[in-house]
Design a binder for this molecule. Structure first.
Ligand code: IMP
Ligand code: MG
Length: 173
């Protein structure tokens, strides 16, 4: 079945905003090595673009959690599927998220990662849907605040499809 996707945030807008975020973070972490932690699979595209534009050295690791089934509604349960390969103790950690929705995934990750004693810890998300929050938690840096719509592209999927779209889109109803 062919669904119609309309553009919410264009490729050009996303790229420009990521360049701004990279500049801001590079200034903040001047003289340091930052350790990006990506949450698979959604944050991969954002993480790579951001890393490419950083002017300080960046190391990377990945985790995988699940909070959603294959559809568009939250199960409310966060499960750790893949843990980090390396220790984060004493490192300048930046957790990279694709989107913050209820905040459940992030609050779970922040809790377990802060216990591992990083030197510093920040959360950067490409998208934020603050209207949907059920857990009180805010990212340190956000690409775009968006309305309560289910979005796809730039890493975000609907039943594993559309991650490869170079823009942020919404599936037309
Ligand atoms: P939270 O735990 O409810 O904040 O959910 C965060 C995760 O749900 C994200 O990392 C995404 O994987 C997924 N998610 C939330 N909203 C959307 C959306 O609009 N499109 C695609 N995935 C979404
Ligand atoms: Mg995610």
């Amino acid at each position: 079945m062919a669904e119609k996707i309309s553009v919410l945030i264009s490729e050009d807008e996303v790229d420009k905003r990521i360049a701004q975020l990279a500049e801001q973070l590079s200034n903040e972490y001047e003289g340091k090595v930052v350790h990006f932690i990506g949450v698979l699979k959604g944050s991969v595209f954002f993480m790579c673009e951001l890393a490419k534009k950083m002017t300080v050295p960046v190391t990377m690791d990945f985790m995988s959690v699940s909070s959603y089934g294959n559809g568009t509604t939250s199960s409310g349960i966060v499960k750790l599927i893949k843990d980090l390969d390396e220790s984060i103790e004493g490192r300048e950690v930046i957790l990279i998220e694709d989107i913050m929705d209820s905040g459940r995934t992030l609050s779970y990750l922040v809790k377990i990662l802060k216990e591992r004693k990083p030197a510093s810890f920040k959360v950067v998300t490409l998208l934020d849907k603050p209207e949907r929050r059920v857990v009180e938690i805010e990212p340190d840096l956000t690409g775009f605040v968006i309305p309560d719509r289910f979005v796809v592209g730039y890493g975000l999927d609907c039943a594993q499809k559309y991650r490869n779209l170079p823009y942020i889109g919404v599936i037309a109803e």
